[in-house]
Design a protein around this ligand. Structure first.
Ligand SMILES: Cc1ncc(COP(=O)(O)O)c(C=O)c1O
Length: 406
């Protein structure tokens, strides 16, 4: 008997069919089948209940391949930041395509990745409390590629004690402050003092330097961004050089993100690029500009929110069912494939599309796709991704690290 279309999709979701790069069994929705039963799995994206988060799979994969092929021509590798997608399925795809390891922002995010079998994980924020240090030791006990950043000496002492108690050698990176106030030790003497205390720690193994310059990623105009990135990374390159000169082994200088990857990967000493958003792109990144152009088009948007027009109290605008519970609010979402219409937030559950000179009519009941304003915090609002190709839904993947910001 020819399987029905629905049976085919369920088979795909439960087990099989190895869609492209993802390989067999990676299209499974979470672990429990009851989860799956309660989810409506439509055939077409236009039948997905809204608001919903969608990934255009071929585009996401092409962004991933583009990054990998670019880096293949440099001395740097890719250590993608999984804080963006929070999905072990996607992290495994990135590893399969050649990533050298992954980043996780926090311990709980690292745990989600670890549980799925990922082993080379750099936690990019300092871990300072006893409970979380214990949790890291539990991971590091099983993989010597679980790595931590430090920016203060008392943390070095605490980590060394914990590593000693666990009987392990913990992989440590010095995080440098990169001209903005968030985390990181000042370069020069404070960084060297930190290095000395790591060197004197019986159970810590120095792995390298993390030098992530967040605000530089979003500087508008490619040349401005390039200059800024070269400037802020110079002290990190210098420190690596001096450490090598002093006989230290420096395996990694881990830097950058989506905005500066092409600059940073060609800088002397850089070993890995911590980009995250390049897989999906968002309005925030599109507007920073690329080489010789106003829009940043190195990567194409592959992440969208699907929303339905639900009311039209007045002509000239229409209300959709996606508000601040569906998009992060730091920038405005933008319509995909429709011009002359502007989104504005209208509370938690609603958004308003105001007609300027719309390229298409939208009526109540119609569905629209929107580019996310800022991908990472938007993704954190959803339980699942709907994965599609063309207009066909291929599967549902959990945002397994949703809410894992501890
Ligand atoms: C430490 C660190 N590295 C890398 C990234 C990835 O940056 P992007 O998403 O801009 O590529 C982030 C993002 O916030 C980050 O905090």
């Amino acid at each position: 008997m020819k399987p029905s279309r629905r049976n085919f999709i369920n088979t795909l979701l439960y087990s099989t069919a190895g869609v492209s790069l993802l390989g067999p069994a990676q299209t499974v929705l979470g672990k429990s089948k009851s989860n799956i039963k309660s989810s409506f799995i439509p055939e077409s994206i236009w039948d997905i209940p809204t608001p919903a988060l969608l990934i255009d799979r071929p585009r996401m994969e092409s962004n991933s391949q583009k990054m990998q092929s670019f880096l293949a021509g440099t001395k740097a590798g890719l250590r993608p930041h999984t804080k963006t997608h929070k999905s072990p399925i996607i992290a495994k795809m990135q590893m399969k395509q050649g990533a050298v390891g992954i980043c996780a922002a926090k311990v709980s995010e690292a745990e989600v990745m670890f549980e799925s079998g990922l082993r080379d994980i750099l936690i990019t924020s300092p871990v300072v409390t006893e409970d979380k240090i214990k949790r890291v030791m539990a991971l590091a006990n099983q993989s010597e590629q679980v790595r931590l950043v430090v920016d203060r000496e008392d943390n070095v002492a605490d980590l060394n004690e914990a590593a000693k108690a666990a009987g392990i050698n913990l992989s440590i990176m010095i995080e440098l402050r990169m001209g903005w106030i968030r985390t990181g030790v000042e370069h020069g003497k404070p960084a060297w003092d930190l290095n000395k205390s790591i060197d004197q720690s019986s159970n810590l193994r120095f792995y390298g330097i993390q030098a992530y310059a967040g605000p530089v990623q979003h500087i508008k105009g490619f040349e401005n961004r390039k200059r800024a990135s070269e400037m802020v990374l110079a002290p990190a390159q210098q420190m690596k050089k001096e450490l090598l000169g002093a006989g230290y082994q420096v395996e990694a200088l881990s830097v950058g993100g989506t905005g500066t990857y092409s600059v940073d990967a060609n800088l002397e000493g850089v070993t890995d690029i911590q980009a995250g958003s390049y897989l999906f792109m968002d309005v925030d990144y599109r507007i920073i500009g690329g080489e010789g152009q106003d829009l940043y088009t190195d990567f194409e948007p592959s992440l969208f929110v699907l929303s339905t027009a639900i009311s039209q109290p007045m002509p000239g605008s229409i209300t959709i069912d996606a508000g601040s519970k569906s998009f992060s609010k730091d920038k405005m979402p933008q319509l995909k494939d429709i011009s002359g219409m502007e989104y504005s937030f209208a509370g938690d559950e609603h958004g308003i599309l105001t007609f300027k000179d719309p390229s298409r009519e939208i009526k109540v009941g119609d569905k629209v796709l929107l580019l996310t304003s800022h991908c990472d915090p938007t993704i954190n609002l959803y339980d699942n991704y709907y994965i599609y190709n063309g207009e066909e839904v291929e599967g549902i993947w959990p945002v397994a690290g949703r809410g894992k910001s501890q």
